[in-house]
Design a protein around this ligand. Structure first.
Ligand code: H2B
Length: 96
């Protein structure tokens, strides 16, 4: 079930195939820092992710400065990392 917290080994297995993503220290979440050519490219990425987020009712935590988008993914309702986070990370990686 997509809403169940994943076991540590499942997360590591998934992250091995997810370029740039890593577990966060001190929090059950995954993180990646994306760099783009400029703000327009960064914001275009965010716009596509925003549509995905609304469609799937799953929303990223992110911080944008110019061409940088720092993303943290966790499933708040599960207090941890679920397949929803892995699938969103896969979607983000497929956009770049
Ligand atoms: C009410 C609404 O469905 C929930 O708050 C959704 C919205 N987006 C969410 N996003 C994330 N990342 N985790 C959640 O638990 C979550 N819950």
């Amino acid at each position: 079930m997509a809403d169940n917290k994943l076991a540590a080994e499942k997360i590591d297995e998934a992250l091995a195939a997810l370029d740039g993503w890593a577990r966060m220290e001190g929090r059950e979440a995954i993180h990646k820092s994306f760099r783009f050519r400029d703000f327009n490219a960064a914001f275009g990425f965010m716009a596509k992710v925003a549509l995905y987020a609304e469609k799937h009712d799953h929303h990223p935590e992110w911080f944008n400065v110019y061409n940088r988008v720092d993303v943290t993914l966790a499933t708040h309702s599960a207090h941890g990392i679920t397949m929803r986070d892995i699938e969103m990370a896969q979607f983000m990686n497929a956009l770049i």
